[in-house]
Design a protein. Structure first.
Length: 266
């Protein structure tokens, strides 16, 4: 029995046989997450998980980016009204836990940059193919926020603590070929070949023994789920604290005024 996806405005769905392509669909803003889009992402993977008509999910973005992460206008709203940030905390946890609990095989087709929450979503997918011009990174610290929405969980597991600390503390973006070389993602391929490479891989998965693959994924994710459940409340609490800082407000103002922020450590 399938699922009704008509309630989604900023995420598009297209099914071929038992493969569902899911597309973040706000290309004019590089698929940055508004409050409404964030809410949709928080229930997305639960809906996919209960869709008995699909086995594999291909997750991608419309236009030039996979997802630019947080929306600056939304950040100002959450600074002005911390209760909105508290709602975002609940939704961010549901995004991460939803991906981990979803038994479908999730293939990320990173058509462009994956930043902040966009990077977190990409990295929690099972297999990640990226166009070679794409970049990935978690620049929470560059807007005065702690990396609370899952980055602190997944980055060290993918590339070790030393490298994870370097990239989470600087917020630097990593080019896809370098990300593949260090094991952060699986493959960086020429943009013109991305669709074909993902299609071929998905076809191989879809022709396999799906029950055994689904259970294997579930078994692999046990440790990661335990880690996420032990860390996410604290991580999001730290991000909530930094949402109230002068440095975060300075970052918001600097972005609006198109200048570099002048942080004071407060």
């Amino acid at each position: 029995m399938g699922v009704d996806y008509s309630g989604y405005k900023y995420i598009a769905f297209s099914r071929t046989d038992r493969v569902m392509t899911v597309t973040f669909n706000r290309p004019e803003a590089l698929n940055a997450m508004t409050a409404a889009m964030h809410e949709e992402a928080s229930r997305l993977f639960y809906d996919l998980g209960r869709d008995h008509d699909i086995d594999v999910v291909v997750l991608t973005g419309a236009g030039k980016a996979f997802s630019a992460g947080g929306d600056i206008a939304g950040m100002r709203e959450m600074y002005d009204d911390p209760e909105k940030f508290d709602l975002g905390i609940m939704e961010a946890k549901k995004v991460v836990f939803g991906i981990l609990d979803c038994e479908k095989i999730i293939v990320c087709k990173m058509n462009g940059d994956a930043v902040g929450l966009g990077a977190t979503i990409a990295l929690f997918c099972d297999i990640i193919f990226a166009a070679d011009h794409a970049r990935i990174g978690d620049p929470h610290v560059r807007v005065g926020l702690a990396a609370g929405d899952g980055g602190a969980v997944i980055w060290p597991q993918a590339i070790g603590y030393a490298r994870a600390k370097e990239y989470l503390l600087t917020g630097d973006l990593i080019k896809a070929p370098d990300a593949a070389a260090m094991g952060l993602i699986n493959y960086a391929v020429p943009a013109a070949e991305l669709d074909a490479r993902v299609d071929a891989f998905v076809a191989r998965l879809a022709a396999g023994a799906m029950t055994s693959m689904r259970y294997t994924k579930t078994a692999i994710n046990i440790g990661l789920k335990q880690l996420a459940h032990s860390m996410m409340d604290t991580c999001m609490a730290y991000e909530a604290l930094t949402n109230r800082t002068a440095d975060h407000l300075e970052a918001i103002n600097a972005f609006s005024e198109k200048r570099k922020p002048r942080f004071t450590g407060r």
